[in-house]
Write a protein that binds this ligand. Structure first.
Ligand SMILES: [Zn+2]
Length: 469
């Protein structure tokens, strides 16, 4: 079979290229959505996603933990997202362990990721915001409930996939700047920067974007045996759109819109997972500023996804496979002198209060990192759903990394889920590190060793190969 024929078959959603597991039978699926909006009496509540702490007391739209369970009779997997900015591995592992006890599905078959809405309660400390411990405990139970409820709904189903494109809302936000003009902040581990995130519209000091971004919207669609749409699992690579607190941002709008467009059942579950958006957002800085809302972004992305949805050929012959591994990486720790200077600055300027500025936040991060272990264990996964491949990584990943994983994958298409099964911060490539800029600045949100990206890609290539066999 030529590469072109293989691609054509893959794009039309015909599941035939890989041998099915001998014990596998027709597809079964179940989906559930559990409300995880914080109770009104817990407001105001800490929200992370900014450099400094923010406490909010309004709810714009509800947050959800959404899960899809798929089984071919031999292998059962879970695809789950939570409307949260970042979720550490300990929280996810605890929820998965509860769900495993209830369902018998091994935790290694469970993909759980944060959507990366910047308008949800903080469950993991990041920059100047600490976790809300009460909400954290609440979320563990709700997350497990989403998985067990989806599992309890397993019933005969059919599935298919498609790839669309929405170029409008994905732009690389990291720009190379004229010498001496990129933003530089103390306590970040970088004295001079060449790259700058969000440099402002048509800034005369911008040279070019520092890399590509991935405009594809990939979706897996599931229907019951009467052909009624019950769920969609989609993936797109924009950071978030921005919404008034508390909100599921465009991820929530996408789900509702897919239900409307597909004519889904009343308990339809529409999931938008975050792809490789570490260096991408909705804003094209080469153009004058334009106003937009998370509603508009959600509707536009769903519109493009639905065009692709209409080309799907559904089948109940969907072989499923999953693989998981861990990878231990070094952490970029500050040296003794950097820690001493940060402590001195904090004692003099900040005291016991939370940071109020970007330098204060990075000084605090320097001290916090110095107290953390010098290595990190990352959880990585790969899934095969028919001929769709899924690779997951616990990082905020650059577009180039996602595109390379897709190119090297035996599955066409492959979707790459970021912020999955933990949170280990930004993942610049070794080539991007020396350029500096926000996503390389040393903190809990960017602390992996400089060679982390190729090591993670190599491990994922091995996992994808494993599930293709
Ligand atoms: Zn973010």
């Amino acid at each position: 079979m030529t590469w072109a024929t293989r691609c054509l078959l893959a794009m039309s959603g015909v599941f035939s290229l890989f041998a099915a597991n001998a014990e596998a039978g027709p597809l079964q699926a179940g989906a559930a959505s559990i409300d995880v909006t914080p109770p009104a009496e817990w407001l105001p509540i800490a929200v992370n996603g900014g450099f400094t702490a923010k406490f909010v007391d309004t709810i714009t739209d509800p947050l959800h933990a959404k899960a899809i369970v798929l089984s071919d009779g031999a292998t059962t997997i879970v695809l789950c997202t939570v409307d949260s900015c970042v979720i550490d591995r300990a929280l996810m592992d605890e929820a998965k362990a509860i769900a495993e006890k209830e369902t018998g599905v091994p935790t290694s078959h469970m993909l759980v990721s944060a959507t990366h809405t910047h308008s949800a309660p903080a469950v993991t400390g990041a920059h100047g915001t600490d976790a809300d411990e009460r909400y954290r405990e609440f979320l563990i139970g709700k997350l497990a409930e989403a998985i067990t409820t989806a599992h309890s709904k397993l019933a005969p189903a059919e599935a298919g996939y498609a790839v669309g494109e929405c170029t409008q809302w994905v732009h690389n936000r990291r720009w190379l700047m004229k010498p001496g003009t990129a933003l530089t902040v103390p306590f970040t581990g970088r004295g001079e920067n060449t790259a700058q995130m969000n440099p402002g519209h048509q800034n005369p000091n911008m040279i070019r974007q520092s890399g590509p971004s991935d405009p594809t919207v990939t979706l897996l669609a599931i229907r019951d045996i009467e052909h009624r749409p019950i769920a969609v699992y989609a993936n797109y690579s924009t950071h978030y759109a921005g919404a008034p607190n508390i909100s599921a941002d465009y991820f929530g709008v996408f789900g509702e819109e897919m239900q409307r467009l597909t004519g889904g059942t009343t308990d339809f579950v529409g999931i938008m997972s975050n792809g490789t958006s570490g260096d991408a957002n909705c804003i094209d800085f080469s153009q004058p500023a334009r106003k937009f809302t998370h509603t508009q972004v959600g509707r536009d992305v769903a519109g493009e996804a639905f065009k692709a949805y209409e080309t799907i050929e559904f089948s109940n012959d969907i072989p499923i496979a999953s693989a998981e591994t861990t990878l231990t990486l070094d952490v970029r720790l500050p040296n003794e002198e950097e820690v001493r200077q940060a402590k001195e600055f904090l004692e003099k300027e900040v005291g016991d209060r939370l940071p109020k500025s970007v330098p204060e936040s990075y000084a605090r991060e320097t001290v916090l990192l110095s107290e953390m272990p010098p290595t990190r264990e990352l959880k990585l996964q790969a899934f095969r759903i028919g001929e769709l491949g899924i690779a997951t990584l616990p990082t905020e990943t650059y577009g180039i990394t996602g595109l390379t994983i897709k190119q090297d994958s035996p599955f066409k298409p492959t979707l790459v889920v970021g912020l999955a099964n933990g949170w280990d911060g930004y993942l610049p490539t070794p080539e991007q590190h020396p350029l500096g800029g926000y996503t390389t600045w040393r903190c809990r949100a960017s602390c992996l060793e400089i060679e982390a990206e190729p090591k993670i890609r190599a491990a994922l290539a091995g996992l994808l190969k494993q599930v293709a066999e």
